[in-house]
Write a protein that binds this ligand. Structure first.
Ligand SMILES: Cc1cc2nc3c(=O)[nH]c(=O)nc-3n(C[C@H](O)[C@H](O)[C@H](O)COP(=O)(O)OP(=O)(O)OC[C@H]3O[C@@H](n4cnc5c(N)ncnc54)[C@H](O)[C@@H]3O)c2cc1C
Length: 263
């Protein structure tokens, strides 16, 4: 059951330009959260913006009750959030999302993320590595200025491949091409993905065509986060054209099996 808390901001860091990592004290939520869950944040006490903003859980420190999330400043909501100071209380609801990453059946995992979509993959990789699963990571960024969390992901993976579209840092090209190349030598049991839609589409196509298990986290635009407003609909994969059927990312997801959704 999601909880609403006033969580104290205990650490704040701008990890790259306009991207902030917040550490908040939120023990009640931390203890019941799973990889792939997200929280909804009320960014201001003022009337505007009224809607909470959904942000993925990046890291859970269960011992100290600390929840970490990372966000990019995009518009008014995230800009207001970025101005919070250490000691401030932040109004959050979580954990949200019934569709979370599932790893029980798998031993060899590939995580693949792009840009600001890499955040929900961290806790997943951390828990899987602690359970002695093999976790290989593929993280793609536009160019060297957008590369982040390399050291952190190195610590929670057996092997990490970093790519930049323009080759300005590490490997040139798209992360998925490196994953596919590695798959020729070594088959993963499941691929876990989060990132921009074109990247997710390419991963979904590859996984579905090759019958590889794949779980995709969708960061669809969302309003209530509780399945009430129905704003974050995505079509189900086998939905008939004349009478489409939908999942709602906030409740059904944000993580879906790649075979179940049309993205
Ligand atoms: C389940 C979920 C998890 C998310 N996790 C993260 C996260 O960990 N870190 C992070 O930085 N962001 C994350 N997002 C996206 C984040 O919620 C939006 O960037 C944020 O709500 C924008 O609010 P704003 O008021 O700053 O911008 P707005 O003023 O609402 O919008 C500014 C611009 O951002 C675009 N935008 C708004 N929402 C989204 C979205 N969901 N996807 C793409 N573009 C959007 C708008 O179209 C507009 O162009 C997540 C979204 C979802 C649904």
């Amino acid at each position: 059951m999601p909880k609403q808390l006033l969580a104290q901001l205990v650490q704040k860091e701008e990890i790259i330009k306009n991207v902030y990592k917040f550490s908040i004290k939120a023990d009640e939520i931390v203890q019941i959260s799973k990889p792939g869950n997200f929280i909804e944040i009320r960014v201001t006490d003022q009337a505007e913006p009224f809607l909470r903003r959904p942000i993925s859980i990046y890291n859970l420190d269960k011992q100290n009750g600390i929840l970490e999330f990372i966000f990019q400043v995009k518009g008014k909501g995230t800009s207001l959030l970025s101005r919070k100071q250490i000691g401030d209380k932040i109004d959050i609801v979580g954990p949200l999302g019934f569709g979370t990453f599932k790893t029980d059946k798998y031993k060899k995992l590939a995580i693949i993320g792009g840009g600001i979509g890499i955040f929900p993959l961290y806790q997943l990789a951390k828990e899987a590595k602690n359970e002695e699963k093999q976790v290989n990571g593929y993280l793609g960024f536009r160019n060297k200025d957008f590369v982040m969390l390399e050291k952190e992901f190195k610590n929670v993976t057996n092997n990490l491949t970093i790519t930049t579209d323009d080759g300005s840092y590490k490997n040139k090209g798209f992360a998925i091409d490196y994953l596919i190349k590695d798959m020729e030598k070594e088959k993963y049991d499941c691929i876990y993905a989060c990132g921009p839609i074109p990247m997710l589409k390419a991963i979904q196509k590859y996984a579905n065509e090759n019958n590889i298990e794949c779980q995709i986290s969708l960061e669809e635009k969302m309003a209530c986060g509780l399945g009430v407003c129905l704003g974050c609909a995505v079509k189900t994969a086998k939905s008939p054209k004349e009478k489409p059927e939908y999942f709602h990312v906030c409740k059904g997801g944000p993580v879906f099996n790649s075979k179940d959704v049309e993205i």
